[in-house]
Design a binder for this molecule. Structure first.
Ligand code: CS2
Ligand code: MN
Length: 362
């Protein structure tokens, strides 16, 4: 397990590279050029700039999250080819600084979705929260209306001035079924995976968060069965998964340990975090500790260890602790605590059964 830490870039993150460097066992950053719009090729000089910044701290750049997929590709429009070409150009440039894994997602319109970014927990910390009834069954136009009426509904990344754009996007997705979306994903992968193979890169799709359709938009990266279908779209080691236990874990039917056993050699990147799911379907992002949520983090780490997992891992999100002001879910403290928990589990497992002395899977 190779530990990495997400960093949003100089001037775009409250956490510094110097701080990241001091978290035990962190060897690289998970990065992106967040200001480059989806569909544009990333400029080489900007890529080099991040490379030089990280090199000063001896942190590598092996994992990028995300190179975002342009909406026209997800919609399957005829304009998609130019955006796919730009995607491949970005991949070629990333390979030049040694990038090995590209995490991306294929969620229409929205990335991760929460209804509250600072839900107060009993211990005084705050965390990302999803109130299911607030989102379920809302049609997209009522949803836009609700935001316009200035309700407390929060959509990360969708400021009011962008909402008109949102309305036209919903319009465009009206006739796109989940089967259509599968077709568009296959088209994208058939174009980029050969390039990834040539460049020594693994594409690693992030599951949908939450893992079910929202606002009438299709979502397909949601379950073990669908991840199996994804891998079969292009049967290549360069077509892989970012296995995010927090995203998939929001649906208690998802057996993440079973997914690790089935897909381990196609998981170049693990996001390991906990959530507590309530009976009504709401969920909150808790501490990483197994007892604190509904996801069996101990079992997950053991499953990775069983398979001598040598891919990259990050603690994904954390709570906001000790008054820290930070990007929602991306503070220093709780993610660092999470890493120490993951290392603790890993090291104990390694002491009990060292990877190099393993005979078969336990
Ligand atoms: C999120 C996402 O759950 C997560 O990891 O922070 O924003 C994630 O980075 C993207 O969906 C990956 O493309
Ligand atoms: Mn994740």
């Amino acid at each position: 397990m190779r530990m990495v830490f997400r960093w949003f870039g100089e001037g775009n993150d409250t956490v510094s590279l110097g701080q990241i460097k001091q978290i035990p066992g962190v060897e690289g950053i998970v990065w992106a050029l967040h200001d480059i719009p989806a569909g544009e090729a990333w400029p080489m000089e900007r890529i080099r700039e991040v490379h030089n910044q990280a090199a000063k701290f001896n942190l590598h750049l092996d994992v990028v999250e995300s190179v975002n997929v342009h909406e026209d590709i997800k919609l399957g429009l005829s304009t998609r080819d130019q955006y796919i070409q730009n995607y491949i150009t970005t991949m070629e440039r990333l390979a030049q600084v040694g990038v090995k894994v590209i995490c991306y997602n294929f969620m229409p319109v929205f990335d991760w979705t929460r209804t509250e970014l600072h839900k107060k927990m009993n211990d005084g910390s705050t965390a990302l929260f999803f109130e299911k009834s607030r989102i379920d069954g809302i049609d997209p136009f009522t949803f836009v209306e609700q935001i316009n009426q200035n309700s407390t509904l929060t959509m990360p990344g969708w400021e009011p001035e962008r909402l008109s754009h949102l309305t036209s996007l919903f319009e465009a997705y009206k006739d796109v079924s989940s089967e259509d979306l599968w077709g568009h994903l296959a088209y994208f992968l058939k174009a980029v995976v050969p390039a990834a193979e040539r460049l020594g890169i693994q594409m690693a799709i992030h599951p949908d968060d939450p893992p079910w359709p929202i606002f009438g938009l299709p979502r397909i990266m949601t379950s073990q069965e669908n991840l199996r279908r994804l891998l079969a779209l292009v049967d290549s080691p360069s077509n892989g998964i970012t296995l995010c236990s927090g995203s998939l874990g929001a649906n208690p039917d998802n057996d993440i340990i079973a997914m690790i056993h089935e897909f381990h050699d196609r998981i170049p990147f693990a996001h390991i975090r906990n959530v507590r799911v309530y009976d009504n379907g709401d969920f909150i992002e808790t501490s990483h500790r197994t007892q604190d949520g509904t996801v069996d983090i101990t079992g997950i780490v053991k499953a990775y260890h069983d398979h001598s997992f040598s891919g990259y891992a990050r603690p994904d999100h954390g709570r906001h602790l000790w008054g820290e002001e930070c990007r929602p879910g991306y503070g220093l403290y709780d993610r660092a605590l999470g890493i120490m928990y993951l290392w603790g589990l890993w090291d104990a497992l390694e002491r009990i059964q060292p990877m190099d002395r393993k005979e078969g899977i336990v």
